[in-house]
Design a binder for this molecule. Sequence first.
Ligand SMILES: NC(=O)c1ccc[n+]([C@@H]2O[C@H](COP(=O)([O-])OP(=O)(O)OC[C@H]3O[C@@H](n4cnc5c(N)ncnc54)[C@H](O)[C@@H]3O)[C@@H](O)[C@H]2O)c1
Length: 341
Amino acid sequence: MHENAGMTIRVGVIGTGNIGTSHAHDLASRVAGSTVTALFDADSDRADALASELGAAALPTFEAVVASRDVDAVLIASPDQFHAEQALACLAAGKPTLCEKPLAPLAEDARAVMDAEVAGGRQLIMMGFMRRFDPGYAELKSQLGPDGIGDPLIVRNTHRNEIAPYGLDSALSLTNAAIHEIDINRWLTEDEYAWVHVLTGRSGPLTPPGQHDPLFVLLQTTLGTIVEIEMFVQSQLGYEVSCQVTAGHGVAEMGDGAYVTTMRARQRGHALPAQWLGRFQEAYRLQLQGWITHLGTGGPMPGASVWDGYVDAVTATAAIASLRSGERVPVVLPPRPGLYA
Ligand SMILES: NC(=O)c1ccc[n+]([C@@H]2O[C@H](COP(=O)([O-])OP(=O)(O)OC[C@H]3O[C@@H](n4cnc5c(N)ncnc54)[C@H](O)[C@@H]3O)[C@@H](O)[C@H]2O)c1
C-alpha cells in the first residue's frame, strides 16, 4: 500500500453498529489520510443512514465491500462470530484489514485465519486491540523494566461494564470482554500464558440462572507473572477499567482514565462513563491513525497481529474449558510462524 504514500486510503466498513459507526466517523473526520467510501450492515437502514451522512455507498453484501474497486482497506466491526469469515474474504482479496476483537470466539476459527495469512506470506490484518494505543496503558508499560520499577510480578485487572453489552453469557464474558485483558497483559508483560483458571462464586443480582458474573480469571505467564482479572459485565456501576502492576521495585497503577477528581457536596470523585467509547475514544482514534499511517507509508504494523488474535483466542478457549471444568487449564501454543517474528 506504500505506493499510496501521501494519498487518501479509502476504507470500506463492515458492520455499522456502536463501534463501526464510531470508527467510520473517526476515519471520515478525525484521522488524517483516510475516507470512508463503502459500508455494509445486515441492517440496511442503519447502513443507509450512515452512508448518506458520510457520502459513502451502502452495498448489499460484505463481499461487495471487500471486492469494491473504491475500497483500498477494510474495517471489520460486525459481531464477533462473523469476524473470521469476513477476515478470510479480505485475505483472499488481498485487502489490508483492521479487524475488531476478537479474531474469532474460538481458537480453531482464529487458527484458520492465521493459516490463511501465513499461506499468503504477507501480514494484511491488524487486530483492533486498541488498549495497546491507550495513553494510560502506554504510561503504565513505560514504568516497567530495568529503568523503572522492574519486572512485573503480579498484575491485577478490573473490567466492569454497567450492563452486559451483548447479553449475559459467561463464555461471552471471556471471549468478548476479558479478551481485552488477555491481550493487554501479554503486551504489558511481553510474555505468554502457561495456564488459566477461571473461578466462579457468588453472582451479582442480575445474573441469570446457569451463568456466572463476576468471573475471576487467574493466569500465570511462562516467566511466572500472576495475572488476575475481575470481569464483571453487569456491575451496574458504569464502565470501569483498571490495572495495577506489582513489580520487583515498586507498584504502578492505572486508574480508569479520569484525570480530574472533583470534591463537591461532601463527595470526592469523578463520573464514570456509560461504556467504552467514553473511556477509550482517544485509543480508538490513535489506533486508526496508526493503521492508516502504516498503510500509507508501508511502515511496520503498529498494533496487534493475527498471531496475537490467535493466541488470545487460544487463551479464551482454555478459559472456557476452565469455566466448565473448574480446573486449571494449560494454554498450549504452536510455534510462532516466521511471518510474525
Ligand atoms: N475494541 C473495542 O473496545 C470494542 C468495543 C465495542 C465493540 N467491539 C467489537 O466490535 C464488534 C461490534 O460491536 P458493537 O458494539 O458495534 O455491536 P453492535 O451490535 O452495536 O453492532 C453490530 C452491527 O453489526 C451488524 N451485523 C450483524 N450481522 C452482520 C454481518 N454478518 N455482517 C455485517 N454486519 C452485521 C448489526 O446489524 C449491527 O449494526 C464486536 O465484535 C465487538 O467485540 C470492540
